[in-house]
Design a protein around this ligand. Structure first.
Ligand SMILES: [Zn+2]
Length: 115
């Protein structure tokens, strides 16, 4: 099982990515949680690699919407987008640094070299 590490930048905000065992909020279990104010995305540590990727993308879509001022998010639509986008990204070799041996979004910032 791969381990998510690093950060993901969405608009002006850099979200730290942390894997958490038995991720929950007020007793309810979650695959992923995003804390906009804290710049933190938490992912359930026990998920498989594919589920971690989908979950991270799901939380990133929340972050994109929040960054654009959209505060009401349709969970079903976000999940459809996360799964669909992950497929498109993988099928077209886009954003490869998401997947070597599990997701690794630790990487270059804008302005640094890299592809
Ligand atoms: Zn969600």
């Amino acid at each position: 099982m791969g381990t998510l590490v690093g950060e993901v930048k969405v608009g002006p905000i850099i979200y730290r990515i942390e894997e958490v065992p038995n991720l929950n909020s007020d007793g309810a279990m979650f695959s992923g949680l995003i804390h906009y104010q804290d710049g933190l995305i938490e992912i359930e540590a026990g998920l498989g690699d594919q589920a971690k990727e989908v979950t991270l993308l799901h939380e990133v879509i929340h972050a994109v919407l929040d960054d654009r001022g959209v505060k009401e998010h349709d969970e079903d639509l976000i999940e459809i987008l996360a799964r669909g986008l992950l497929g498109v990204l993988k099928d077209n070799g886009i954003c490869k640094r998401f997947y070597p041996g599990g997701m690794n979004v630790d990487g270059e910032r804008d302005g640094e070299e890299g592809d």
